[in-house]
Design a protein. Structure first.
Length: 475
């Protein structure tokens, strides 16, 4: 059903109709459109624009249509331009011409942005819930590997020994920040645009605050022009998703590297691996690689929307039809990726012996020499230089730092005493780092305990928000 056309002498050309058609993708908004229309209907009845008897007929028709949408019984057809025209067509077919009364006092401009906000609130909460499951899998694996000593890396070169559980726990920290960002996004964007009309507000809907409350928003946007043109919430959601995608990509890169024959630090379960069509022996870490690959798509969707928005005049412009596909694609990409990646992490088996075997190599204990000398009140710059001389000596002698003899240490610098050898062990290096940021076993165990608490708090918050949203969606 066309929602416009009275002033036109003819309908649009076929090419224009095809270009303008958005129902193939914005049909995802249909359940939210039903709910927004019900809130709008209440306002029209309260304002006396629709008589209460007619209003109840429309309400019953909307509810029945909403159920048919959810069951798949009602769908859009080739004549529908967008989700709004499809729903009006369905409503009029069900209750007659009175269904058209619902259009009073609103525009597709404020309707679509309200639908879109509700869609994103719903799905950002779903993404947050799935992300907590990934955090939980890392927390479990971190605690299980808290006594495995590993080489730590910077620049992909051996740096200092660390607890492997510390290595895994870093991902929980980053992912919990992503969940926090979703919470921040929700608070900042919980304001309703419904009632803005095309751009100037509505003379038939005098109380947009009531509709906002019915839809679960915290309030109403303060300017009608801003309300219909604002897509900050969509761009910000895409940033949060892109940032989460970057974190997932780094997880994927790490597991891909650890899974190589050269590393052999992790065995990825068969059900989270794939094979080769020509090489029977292959077992490929495709889930990790897809996590890495899809991040580019998520960043690209953010860039696409920002580029669309950057030069737009205010109020509604048809360019804004391009806001939805990047969001839908990013959301649906994450909903596919997160469960698979969580399963991969949860079922991974780590080779502790292989991981620990290189913890002391690459002169990873050099900082212990510098710290030893600093504790003797040598300026650290001088201590650093002496430690570097120890490394140079070991390179020429083809030995590791912990293999230096008393006489060799003394020949490098007189402050290097025999008791230094007691500090040149990976266990000693680990045990000395007892701060809250340190990699001692006790510090990492406490970090994981805090992560578990933070994850429980996040799950409780998400559960409460989902319950509130689900209650609001019930008409």
């Amino acid at each position: 059903m066309a929602l416009w056309g009275g002033r036109f002498g003819s309908g649009p050309a076929d090419s224009v109709a095809a270009l303008s058609r958005s129902v193939d993708f914005d049909w995802r908004l249909a359940p939210y459109d039903i709910r927004v229309n019900l809130a709008h209907l209440d306002g029209l009845i309260a304002a006396g624009v629709i008589a209460s008897g007619n209003g109840e007929v429309i309400r019953a028709g909307l509810k029945a249509l909403g159920n048919e949408i959810l069951s798949g019984k009602f769908r859009y057809n080739n004549s529908d331009e967008d989700v709004h025209s499809a729903i009006e067509r369905g409503l009029v077919a069900k209750i007659g011409a009175i269904g058209g009364a619902l259009r009073a006092g609103r525009s597709r401009n404020d309707l679509v942005v309200t639908d879109f906000k509700l869609y994103l609130i719903d799905h950002m909460l779903e993404i947050a819930a799935l992300t907590t499951e990934l955090v939980e899998s890392f927390n479990v694996q971190s605690l299980a590997t808290v006594e495995i000593i590993a080489p730590g890396f910077t620049h992909l070169q051996h740096a200092q020994p660390i607890v492997f559980g510390h290595e895994l726990a870093k991902h929980s920290q980053a992912l919990l920040r992503d969940i926090d960002r979703i919470g921040d996004w929700l608070v900042r964007n919980s304001f309703s645009p419904l009632g803005a009309g095309a751009l100037s507000g509505s003379g038939l809907q005098p109380n947009p605050e009531v509709s906002a409350q019915a839809l679960g928003f915290d309030g109403v946007l303060g300017n009608s022009i801003d309300a219909v043109s604002d897509r900050d919430f969509a761009a910000e959601a895409l940033f949060v998703i892109a940032m989460l995608g970057v974190h997932l990509s780094r997880i994927g890169e790490e597991f891909t590297l650890w899974n190589t024959t050269e590393f052999s630090w992790v065995v990825i379960a068969d059900e989270y691996s794939t094979g080769s069509s020509i090489m029977p022996q292959k077992k490929n870490p495709d889930i990790a690689e897809l996590a890495r690959g899809k991040s580019g798509r998520l960043v690209g969707n953010l860039t696409a929307l920002l580029t669309t928005l950057k030069g737009l005049p205010f109020a509604y412009n048809r360019d804004l039809q391009e806001d939805k596909e990047p969001v839908f694609d990013s959301v649906e990409t994450l909903l596919l990726l997160l469960p698979a990646l969580t399963g991969m992490v949860a079922t991974a088996k780590f080779n502790g012996e292989k991981i620990s075997s290189g913890a002391h190599s690459g002169f990873a204990l050099a900082t212990e020499i510098a710290d030893y000398l600093a504790k003797k009140s040598l300026p650290f710059a001088q201590a650093h230089e002496i430690a570097g001389q120890c490394v140079r000596f070991c390179e020429s002698a083809n030995k590791e730092l912990h293999e230096l003899t008393d006489s060799e240490l003394n020949s490098i610098h007189p402050e290097l005493k025999s008791d230094l050898l007691g500090f040149l062990t990976v266990s000693g290096a680990i045990a000395s780092r007892t701060s809250s940021l340190g990699t001692s076993i006790d510090s990492v165990t406490e970090q994981i305990s805090q992560l578990n608490n933070a994850t429980k708090e996040a799950k409780l918050w998400i559960s409460n928000e989902v319950a509130l949203f689900s209650g609001m969606m019930k008409p």
